[in-house]
Design a protein. Sequence first.
Length: 255
Amino acid sequence: MSTFSLTTVVSALLLLATFSTLGRVDAQSYHPTGVRRGAYMSLYSYKVGKLYLELIENADLYYILGNATREQMALDFLEKWQFNALSLYNLHTILSSPTLVAALPGFMARCRAIGIANIEAIGSKWITDYDEILDYNTNKAKSNAEMFDGMVTEIEFWAPGGKLSDLTKALTYVRSLNIPAQTGKNFYYCTYLGWVSSSDIATIAPLIDYMWPHAYNKNPDVYYTKTEERIQDLVTAISNDSSVHVTPIFSAESS
């Protein structure tokens, strides 16, 4: 396995997303500027996938949450690169730990202070993930700044061994929880997608507000051209559900 700088980690994970409005839920409700620049981040891991976490100049940036120095380094990175949205991985470890969950609201509030307008919780096929997110927004977050704005599924049902029913079950369940959101806003639902069929899209669309198709390529010059046709296919597939928006995720991963 290789060691990467944090710059590489964030770009090699799911780096930048702008989105086009397709219908009922308008851009302002999703991000105040109408343009999303988001990052995925794991706040309490030694590595993410095959990537070890190491910051520039050989300063370690793993097990961030609860370490004031590492938290500040992460915040400085997000602010330097002008991110305005953040999606958090590996939440089960955090939300099931009294020590870590006590540190999360303060970190989220400091993210808001540097311009992070949207913070999403990432959940898996295990429905207990969503019980923990509900408990956090209901009982642990004490202010709007400390709450999750929405959730994102990380359920690769298109991969070998995956099942579309894993995704639809999770989405149906989390929507039934009616997770509270910031005052005056609605909690929103997103799903990350790989290469899926039109029939899959038609099944998923009624359960979500935002669809995040990935665009993986090591050459950023071809991101748009390689993604444009796919986005149009998605738009066509969800034409009967005008409430859904498409937010492409750009990544320097090769696949």
